[in-house]
Design a protein around this ligand. Structure first.
Ligand SMILES: Cc1ncc(C[n+]2csc(CCOP(=O)(O)OP(=O)(O)O)c2C)c(N)n1
Ligand SMILES: [Mg+2]
Length: 933
């Protein structure tokens, strides 16, 4: 209580004692003291660290308080001040529940209301002046009525604000003060108002035009949420004034065509032509529906700043694109801007999607993570209160669709989308808050959906009442027009001219669109990809030089295996690094060293490397140790940061696959010269991110002409750990492979892995690379390579059996991955000469000339067999069968199964022994050696 110097010093000890007593036993003190202390606690909790604004209200009554301190009854006016303070506080906490933010529905009723009676105040108090007014930004004392009017303007009109869930006092203070300026209403010049109307006119007229010209065609109209267009316009221009140079936007279907034209400046002509359903210019691209396409443009804002803006192409899968947006922004910061303030991620959500899709949470949790933060995202919800046919009440349990904001303590503004000035104002807030604190902001634009989910849908099947009121509702342009006419800002004539000119422009473009024969596709971030022409068919088969000077390679290997002598690490780490050095001396490098050297060499050649995923710093199998920590202070040491000036980033991700894979895919999309690697904890967990694999990795180039060099490392292999942790679902990747869309590999030597990784950046195009990576092979004594194989070799898509005498081979056995070593052991054990073991190191694309060469070489063969440890319905078998059908290929594999591996270790051993024995025609003979290394 020391802070309250206004309390009479003579009585301070007495009060302190009473206060301590109250803290222990609140009911033991006299009721008037109890309420005094309650008010004191309240003020302390809410304002003490915040600012001293509560104090003036109390100190103004210091004399009276002193009286109270002296043991006399607390005067009524003091008690009332506290009640008024309570009311003010309640407006801040709960004002958003009592707003006029819903244009077409009555809001739900919330209890208790903000009626003054609920705060112990009466109608008679309305004309009484209270010093607490100062707390709301009013100058000096004001009547309760004035205070309430003021609070209602700030908190209960077209904007509802949620910010009291934020714990950071600076952020809260910033917001409170921001809202108090002009009572949380936009201050706009006549020009600004006219510009807003102009954007609104574009948005409304464009939709109307499409509605009449392309009747019943899907366009996912923005109608009911047209103020999104002036909103984005404002957000971009305000942000650019605050230092943003580049914006990356992600959004779904709703209103996308409107955004493409009226924000990105895509020609109306082009959109009209796309409605005609013409083919795209180049046949090799299947293209995509118009409301999924991306764009990258440079635009000039109203205040003259130039901003690069990008709309990320997205699949139908709602919210997926948001992960990419974050990764793209981060790559742009890392590569170019070096400052989060210069790149702004904007994600536009639907109310259904933001509430329902789990990836939203995964992305929200990235906000402050070192490896994933982007300096704050502006989230805008085009909240039409329905998702497809589902009412908002069935779409979530939370009060608001934006309640995810509470997770990151981000502020939220809910706005009546009919009030375009309020919308613009909220955008200014979002830009200002983000620029100031680098945190996420959520803007909930409450509108409606004029038609059904798409324009062919009948919304009255499911919401007959709502649609009665929507059908009579004027559009936001009409509402704003009426306002501006009332304010004498624009005349009827100017308005008419604005509308007719725009309509004429649309007519002209409509006619011109007929002349277009084939549609061209805007390419997302085209400028960043100029140096990487799309790979012509077949070029992936060309050999690529991945060699590196042997002497320098050895030097690098030693350097990155050397820990600084002035730092103390735990013994195990010191020993591990010593072992690495010994391997180098012995010229026998293991898997981890092969991988490290791939990174190290790329770094010295001016590329950057980013590795992300769960526990990648150490490596799930404790093999990587890319980040080591000193024993006492946990200071980090990252050897690969000490070999060149290039960036080596390695980040343990949070426990997410879907969002993190999407993020890293986005990162690779924006940074073609970074080797971007995402590693799954175990390969099976990649299926949590299946949407990214299906919709982007496999399909982006065909749909959107977008390349991506992301590397996915997926630990794979049956090692007796049960049904899980055995399979990265190789079969799924191979099913997705076509038209050289990606690379799928399963290497067996450190050298081949080294070249495979290096080749990713040596190609002059980019393709996603999926690698089935080993577990037991990480420490297998035979899985080693000499430095020469790294320095002078190249990636081998197929490894022939160098021991076999081709003329004696009757059975050509094809396999891939770790099973090879188990087969090899058996082959040596049996001194078997009639079998050749050939490894497919790259499963897709198959290097056909090399495959043919091998098949021809074993011309005496009687059988070609594919052998795999995955059950017959999984693994590569179906794919192999498709590709080797004409060679009469047979299979040896465990019987088909619903799980990738058996649950018991014993059964696994039996299965493994059976398939190996079958290869060597030793039916059911138990293996003499353990099947795993
Ligand atoms: C992951 C996913 N599940 C289902 C769908 C099918 N779908 C398309 S739009 C839609 C409703 C979206 O509602 P909302 O997010 O509110 O956006 P709105 O269409 O209302 O603008 C659904 C369920 C989808 N596109 N993505
Ligand atoms: Mg919706």
């Amino acid at each position: 209580m020391d802070k309250f110097s206004f309390l009479n010093a003579a009585h301070s000890q007495l009060i302190e004692d009473l206060y301590q007593q109250y803290l222990k036993y609140p009911d033991s003190v006299e009721p008037s003291w109890k309420s005094f202390f309650q008010g004191f606690d309240f003020a302390l909790e809410n304002y003490a660290d915040d600012d001293s604004s509560a104090a003036p209200a109390m100190s103004a009554n210091s004399a009276a308080v002193s009286n109270a301190a002296a043991g006399t009854e607390i005067p009524e006016d003091i008690k009332k001040e506290f009640k008024v303070l309570n009311l003010i506080e309640a407006y801040r906490h709960r004002g958003h529940l009592f707003t006029n933010t819903n244009p077409v529905r009555e809001r739900r009723h919330y209890e208790p209301t903000l009626d003054i009676e609920n705060f112990g105040l009466t109608q008679a108090d309305l004309n009484v002046k209270f010093n607490s007014a100062a707390e709301t930004g009013l100058s000096g004392a004001a009547t309760l009525q004035q205070i309430i009017d003021h609070l209602r303007k700030i908190y209960c009109e077209s904007i509802g604000v949620e910010y009291m869930h934020i714990n950071n006092v600076d952020e809260k203070k910033f917001i409170r003060e921001w809202l108090q300026v002009n009572e949380n209403h936009a201050k706009l010049s006549a020009e600004e108002k006219t510009e807003i109307l102009h954007k609104l006119n574009q948005a409304v007229a464009f939709e109307n035009y499409l509605h009449t010209k392309f009747v019943g065609q899907k366009r996912f109209s923005l109608e009911g949420g047209e103020s999104l267009i002036p909103a984005l316009d404002q957000l971009i221009s305000r942000s650019s004034q605050l230092g943003v140079d580049e914006v990356v936007l992600g959004m779904a279907h709703r209103g996308r065509l409107n955004v493409l034209t009226n924000i990105f400046g895509k020609s109306y002509k082009q959109i009209f032509s796309e409605f005609e359903g013409k083919e795209f210019e180049e046949d090799v691209f299947s293209g995509d529906v118009k409301y999924h396409l991306g764009s990258s443009k440079k635009v000039k804002t109203a205040s003259g700043e130039e901003v690069s803006i990008n709309l990320t192409p997205n699949p139908s899968h709602l919210e997926t694109v948001a992960a990419l947006v974050e990764g793209i922004c981060r790559a742009k910061v890392d590569d170019k801007y070096k400052d989060y303030k210069k790149v702004l991620p904007i994600v536009i959500h639907g109310d259904g999607a933001i509430a329902g899709q789990g990836i939203v949470y995964e992305i929200a949790q990235m906000m402050t993570l070192e490896g994933y933060k982007t300096g704050g995202t502006v989230h805008i919800v085009v909240n039409n209160q329905v998702s497809f046919t589902t009412n908002y009440l069935d779409a979530r349990s939370s009060t608001y669709c934006t309640d995810i904001a509470k997770v990151t303590e981000s502020p939220v503004m809910h706005i009546n989308a009919d009030d375009v000035e309020a919308v613009v104002h909220a955008m200014r807030f979002a830009a200002d808050f983000r620029a100031q604190f680098g945190k996420d902001v959520y803007i909930d634009l409450l509108g409606y959906r004029k038609y059904g989910h798409n324009e062919g849908d009948e919304p009255r099947f499911t919401q007959p009442n709502l649609y009665k009121s929507i059908s009579k509702h004027p559009n936001p342009r009409e509402i704003y027009k009426a306002e501006l006419i009332k304010e004498n800002i624009v005349s009827d004539e100017v308005l008419k001219k604005m509308e007719t000119e725009f309509k004429a422009l649309l007519d002209e473009d409509f006619d011109a669109s007929k002349e277009i024969e084939r549609n061209t596709m805007d390419i997302f971030m085209e400028d960043d990809w100029k140096a990487f022409p799309i790979c012509p068919r077949g070029a992936m088969q060309n050999s690529v030089d991945t060699t590196y000077d042997l002497g320098q390679l050895k030097e690098l290997a030693i350097k990155m295996s050397t820990l600084p002598s002035d730092k103390k690490f735990i013994n195990k780490i010191t020993r591990l690094y010593e072992t690495r050095k010994k391997m180098i001396e012995a010229n026998s490098l293991d898997w981890a060293l092969g991988e490290w050297l791939a990174y190290a060499t790329l770094l010295t050649e001016g590329n950057n490397v980013r590795i992300s995923g769960e526990d990648v710093e150490r490596g799930t199998f404790s093999h990587r140790h890319a980040v080591v920590k000193t024993e006492d202070t946990e200071e980090e040491f990252i050897p690969l940061r000490h070999i060149s000036d290039s960036r080596f980033d390695v980040y343990n991700s949070h426990l997410s696959e879907y969002a993190v894979l999407g993020y890293d895919y986005g990162y690779a999309m924006a940074s073609p010269n970074t080797l971007t690697v995402w590693e799954a904890q175990f390969g099976d967990f990649v299926n949590g991110a299946q949407i990214i694999v299906d919709q982007y990795l496999a399909a982006a180039e065909e749909k959107w002409k977008i390349q991506n060099g992301l590397v996915m490392l997926l630990p794979h292999g049956s090692e007796g750990q049960g049904a899980e942790h055995s399979s990265a679902r190789l079969e799924r990747f191979l099913t997705l492979c076509a038209n050289e869309n990606m690379i799928v590999a399963n290497c067996t030597t450190p050298a081949n892995y080294f070249h495979l990784l290096r080749r990713q950046l040596k190609f002059n195009f980019r393709k996603p690379l999926v690698v089935m990576t080993p577990k037991s092979l990480l420490r297998h004594p035979r899985v080693v390579s000499p430095l020469e194989d790294l320095a002078q070799g190249s990636f081998q898509p197929i490894l022939d059996d160098t021991q076999a005498d081709a003329s004696k081979v009757e059975k050509l056995v094809l396999c891939s991955g770790k099973l090879y070593y188990e087969l090899l052991t058996k082959k040596e054990e049996l001194a078997c000469e009639n079998i050749a073991l050939v490894r497919l190191e790259q499963l897709y694309p198959l290097q056909q000339d090399k495959v043919d060469e091998v098949l021809e070489k074993y011309s005496n063969r009687k059988q070609v067999i594919w052998v795999q440890e995955e059950p017959e319905n999984m693994g590569a078998w179906s794919y192999i069968l498709r590709n080797f059908r004409s060679h009469g290929i047979e299979v040896i594999a465990p019987v088909q199964s619903g799980t990738p591996a058996p649950g018991s270790h014993k059964m696994f051993e039996r299965n493994q022994a059976t398939i190996i024995n079958r290869v060597f025609d030793r039916q059911d003979e138990p293996s003499k050696r353990p099947v795993t290394a």
